[in-house]
Design a protein around this ligand. Structure first.
Ligand code: DAH
Length: 341
């Protein structure tokens, strides 16, 4: 029995010294001291030992036990330190390594343009208003003086959704919603997506407009002209603009607004203005009495204006194809990465 204990003890000491990490130490501990471990196996033989010898053998076994436990503890500590060193080496951060390049997102050029225009109108006292993109035929057409048989309906290549509903073809659809909801003075702008069934380099089936509406006592065409002057000079710098008589069913009189070509200043061969010297930028006019009367608003006048966000963005940044706006090409989008808004 002594021999067995000694053999086990010596072998275990050798194993302990050879252990390289805490897991190996733990394995040895289980193998020797575990419930069915090697030591218990040897000590099972204690029953056969004579009563005389038993205390000595017991003491001998205890001495070995203590030696092995000490060995496990001291080698265990070394192993733990080794483990820690290894982990630290593996997890080390090289603070001198070059940083990974970040690719921060940025606002889309259309969002930037919308916010820029909204900020200008906001400074002029206009508040944000909105309406649904799936709109009733009533608000999109009838309410803004385009009855079913009106030729102006053909100017809008409408997407029909279900009976009585269309994808709104312009943000003018918000006008009557607001006129019905609010009491003058009304000074709102409505920005959002609009839809028309057309597609080429200057037309997209989905595009964006911003509508302005100002209704109050004594609003005159000169107020409209003043707002246009502010809006256009903030966007394009100090430019000349002209109001050219035009027809929109919801305004009377109606006008289209041209700015003097900021590229050629109205002279010479120029692609941007097709050498005309003028660039059309928006539609506007005095709110048609039909709208005010049908909304039950009396004793007031007003003006409205509507502009295309894509068109503005394209002019401001000299983009020549509207499809760039929607293709998600990073090379295009990154051109506008560092701008504000
Ligand atoms: N709704 C017109 C369009 O989509 C734009 C427009 C023109 C809006 C004149 C207006 C306006 O408010 O007065 O072509």
């Amino acid at each position: 029995m002594r021999d067995k204990l000694e053999a086990l003890g010596n072998q275990t000491l050798i194993d302990i010294e050879a252990a390289m990490d805490a897991a190996a130490i733990e394995q040895i501990r289980l193998r020797v001291f575990g419930k069915k471990g090697a030591l218990s196996e040897v000590l099972k033989g204690l029953g056969q030992v004579s009563a005389l010898e038993r205390p000595q053998i017991g003491a001998f076994a205890n001495t070995w036990k203590e030696r092995l436990e000490e060995g496990l503890a001291s080698r265990g500590q070394i192993c733990e330190e080794r483990d820690l060193d290894k982990r630290l080496a593996a997890e080390a951060v090289d603070v001198t390594a070059p940083a990974r390049r970040l690719h921060p997102g940025s606002l889309h050029i259309l969002t930037q343009t919308t916010r820029r225009i909204a900020a200008i109108l906001g400074r002029l006292g206009f508040e944000s208003a909105s309406g649904p993109e799936i709109e009733t035929e009533y608000f999109n057409f009838e309410a803004v003086n385009i009855p079913a048989d009106h030729p102006a309906r053909q100017m809008h290549d409408t997407f029909f959704i279900k009976p009585g509903h269309v994808l709104r073809t312009h943000t003018s659809s918000v006008q009557m919603r607001v006129l019905r909801e609010k009491k003058p003075p009304i000074r709102i702008f409505a920005a959002g997506a609009v839809y028309r069934c057309e597609a080429d380099a200057t037309h997209s089936p989905l595009f964006h407009q911003i509508e302005g509406l100002f209704v109050d006592k004594g609003v005159r065409m000169s107020d409209l002209k003043g707002v246009l002057g502010e809006l256009l000079s903030e966007l394009f710098g100090t430019v000349k603009f002209r109001m050219r008589p035009s027809y929109f069913p919801f305004v009377e009189p109606g006008a289209e607004v041209d700015i003097e070509c900021f590229k050629c200043r109205g002279v010479g061969h120029c692609q941007l203005c097709r050498s005309s010297g003028w660039i059309e930028v928006l539609g506007c006019g005095m709110v048609h009495p039909f709208l005010l009367t049908s909304a039950g608003v009396t004793d007031v006048t007003g003006f409205a204006l509507g502009l295309g966000v894509e068109r503005m963005a394209m002019l401001l940044h000299e983009v020549n194809d509207i499809r760039h706006m929607f293709q998600g090409d990073m090379r295009f989008l990154q051109l506008f990465r560092f701008r504000g808004y």
